[in-house]
Design a protein around this ligand. Structure first.
Ligand code: NAP
Length: 318
């Protein structure tokens, strides 16, 4: 029997699976009142949301910890080197969230292109003045335009797959080329500067690493078309938010759809008054089915480690 901490609200079925295997489970829906040291000192497993910073100090507070199961595919919230040094396994939840996240990327793309949030807000605030030929919410076409995907992994390719239904030209950038995916999706690899110049819709799907932090800053935004729309479903710090605010304010790009922010849960105050940006509270994978699968994956990982076997989706530090 081991003690497990789940530091977020959790589906009862997932908690029951751990208890059914004989483990003692504590669920914390908000940060522990007595501090992390008290909460973690006797725990052997931690299931955590990606909003928890699992840094050296937190790991120091958990001397018995054997596994951290992150509820997300990105592991930028975890000090992987420090976990490895302490012999703590880290797992994530790839694949099961790919399609839901790609759907949300497309929801943002279409919403910004067709000014859905603006139009809905105006109708609620001012009523429907009647059909007009040139309404205040004229948008831009998506069909046959150019999609640029930065980071052509699971989610990037799923975003591109959806673009086939819109007869789009698909360009992508990643550090390594993927000829198989290129062929399957009719996608073309281009250097980042070319992707920025060519894309009508630029969708960010890279992990957050030292290399991708501020990958899109003032210079990159300056290379984009004035009619281009930026969608960020990756991680907030991939975009220099202050530079984005300036670009949106000055109309240097047409609009943006953001699911993630540089300093979550803070949102850059400059974004809030802008009508050409749609802001979502990091809900890329937030469907019932996907979140249940993610919970199951995290539980599988914890059960495996506590049983002394190799967990699925082990993240190895590079
Ligand atoms: P993945 O399959 O590992 O794909 C990541 C892609 O990014 C790979 O193609 C990788 O290819 C590329 N990449 C890595 N570093 C790069 C760099 N410096 N420049 C250009 N490309 C780079 O990961 P995934 O499952 O698609 O997930 C991607 C990210 O999406 C996650 O890490 C997470 O942060 C984010 N995400 C967000 C949400 C949300 O709720 N909004 C949900 C799920 C995931 P190369 O290594 O060849 O460059």
């Amino acid at each position: 029997m081991a003690k497990v901490l789940i530091s977020t609200a959790m589906f009862p079925e997932a908690v029951e699976r751990l208890k059914g295997a004989g483990h003692e489970v504590e669920v914390l829906e908000s940060p522990p009142a007595q501090g992390w040291k008290a909460a973690l000192q006797d725990k052997e497993a931690l299931i955590c949301p990606l909003s928890l910073r699992v840094n050296a100090a937190l790991l120091e507070a958990a001397p018995r910890l054997r596994v951290v199961a992150n509820l997300g595919v990105g592991v930028d919230n975890i000090d992987l080197q420090e976990a490895a040094r302490r012999g703590i396994a880290v797992t994530n939840t790839p694949d099961v969230l790919t399609e839901a996240t790609a759907d949300l990327g497309w929801a943002l793309l279409l919403t910004v292109a067709r000014r859905v949030v603006e139009a809905d807000g105006d109708l609620r605030a001012h009523g429907f003045p009647g059909w007009t030929f040139i309404p205040p919410h004229l948008g831009v076409d998506v069909y046959r335009k150019t999609l640029g995907v930065v980071g052509f992994g699971r989610i990037g390719q799923a975003v591109a797959r959806r673009a086939q239904g819109f007869s789009m030209r698909i360009l992508y950038h990643s550090r390594t080329r993927n000829p198989q995916a290129e062929q399957a999706l009719g996608a073309t690899w281009v250097p980042l500067h070319e992707l920025l110049k060519e894309s009508d819709f630029l969708v960010l799907c890279v992990p957050l690493t030292p290399e991708t932090r501020h990958l899109i800053g003032a210079r990159e935004l300056g290379l984009m078309k004035r009619e281009a729309i930026l969608v960020n479903i990756a991680r907030g710090p991939v975009v220099d938010e202050a530079a984005l605010v300036e670009a949106l304010r000055e109309g240097r790009i047409l609009g943006a759809g953001l699911d993630v922010f540089e300093e979550e849960p803070k949102v850059h105050p400059g974004l809030l008054p802008l009508r050409n940006v749609v802001l979502l509270p990091h809900i890329g994978s937030a469907t019932w089915a996907t979140r249940r699968k993610m919970a199951d994956m995290a539980v599988d990982a914890v059960l495996a480690v506590l049983a002394g076997t190799k967990p699925p989706n082990l993240v190895v530090p590079r």
